[in-house]
Design a protein around this ligand. Structure first.
Ligand SMILES: CC(C)(COP(=O)(O)OP(=O)(O)OC[C@H]1O[C@@H](n2cnc3c(N)ncnc32)[C@H](O)[C@@H]1OP(=O)(O)O)[C@@H](O)C(=O)NCCC(=O)NCCS
Length: 276
């Protein structure tokens, strides 16, 4: 989930028709803004209690079979607020958000045959689709995202969803997708979201290397390419996120100068009795 999508202090509930169609299960998303947390900028007496009541009420009345709930990990009282709705509650992992000033992201010196370019340099549309699909299918096939916590949701459909999302974000603006090219073959992909306000940053929505290209320090070249794009656009920071269990990528981020700044819980609130 993009960092911009978590800003604010409100509670939002939205239908998710694309996910509902993909999984054949009615789905919606409930998100509690990052500012609604103890010690947050606007937390006064009673704020967390009123947020908790709103969460419970919305979950009780929403007709969706599965509600994907996200809230600041510090807002621990919201766990009980979800449970009070009477729904079955599945812990689906937490997201950690990391960032660095674009000027502070350190990459390795460019290795021979390795370069980063925008997807727009791949001129044929069909080739672009093939490149995005191939890299995502290979690098994310075993990735345990939040869908994997829910037995009502098909694993294959989850990977297809990832591919579709990557395809949409990469192809809608090929200047906002970077590919890592090794000896003329694409071995990595990063899709970007350019955010102008309130604090200018470039967010990496999704990034991965094909399995054969991993474990050799090449990811740092892709990250350095992202930082270069952010700097060239006058954006101050690079922001990126993953599931907290994805230790491997967080080791890489630490190596290249990024630091964690936020954690967000994900739970699936499932209609009572749906999981037996
Ligand atoms: C995230 C991902 C790109 C990281 O790839 P990676 O190959 O592990 O990362 P690097 O290119 O930095 O390689 C670093 C590893 O290679 C090893 N290595 C070998 N030669 C190296 C070299 N010359 N320089 C640096 N590292 C080297 C390092 O020891 C390191 O392993 P370690 O962290 O266990 O010590 C890859 O795991 C991936 O695509 N995962 C699936 C998608 C994903 O999870 N994306 C993140 C969420 S969007």
């Amino acid at each position: 989930m993009s960092w911009d999508g978590l800003l604010g202090s409100g509670v939002t509930l939205t239908d998710s028709p694309a996910e509902s169609a993909r999984f054949g299960v009615g789905m919606s998303r409930l998100t509690v803004g990052w500012d609604a947390r103890p010690g947050g900028p606007i937390t006064g007496d009673g704020l967390m209690e009123s947020v908790a009541r709103e969460v419970t009420d919305l979950l009780r009345t929403d007709p969706a079979e599965v509600v994907v709930v996200r809230y600041p990990a510090e807002s621990l009282v919201l766990a009980a607020a979800v449970a009070r709705s009477g729904r079955q509650v599945l812990a689906a992992g937490s997201l950690t958000y990391w960032s660095a000033a674009a000027s502070e992201v350190s990459g390795p010196p460019p290795a021979a045959g390795l370069k980063v370019e925008t997807l727009s340099r791949v001129t044929d549309e069909a080739d672009r689709v093939a490149v995005v699909d191939a890299v995502v299918a290979d690098s994310f096939s075993g990735y345990g995202n939040h869908y994997a916590a829910n037995p009502l949701l098909d694993r294959e459909a989850a990977l297809e969803g990832y591919q579709e999302w990557a395809r949409r974000s990469a192809l809608s603006n090929p200047d906002d997708a970077l590919v890592l090219v090794l000896d003329g073959r694409v071995v990595g992909l990063a899709t970007l979201l350019d955010s102008e306000a309130p604090d200018a940053h470039v967010e990496v929505l999704l990034a991965g290397l094909t399995t054969a290209a991993q474990g050799q320090g090449r990811y740092g070249t892709l990250l350095a390419g992202v930082a270069q794009v952010a700097g060239a656009r006058g954006r101050r920071d690079v922001v990126i996120s993953t599931q907290s269990h994805n230790i491997r990528v967080q080791r890489a981020w630490a190596r290249h100068g990024l630091r964690p700044f936020a954690a967000v819980e994900t739970v699936h609130a499932v209609r009572a009795g749906a999981i037996t």
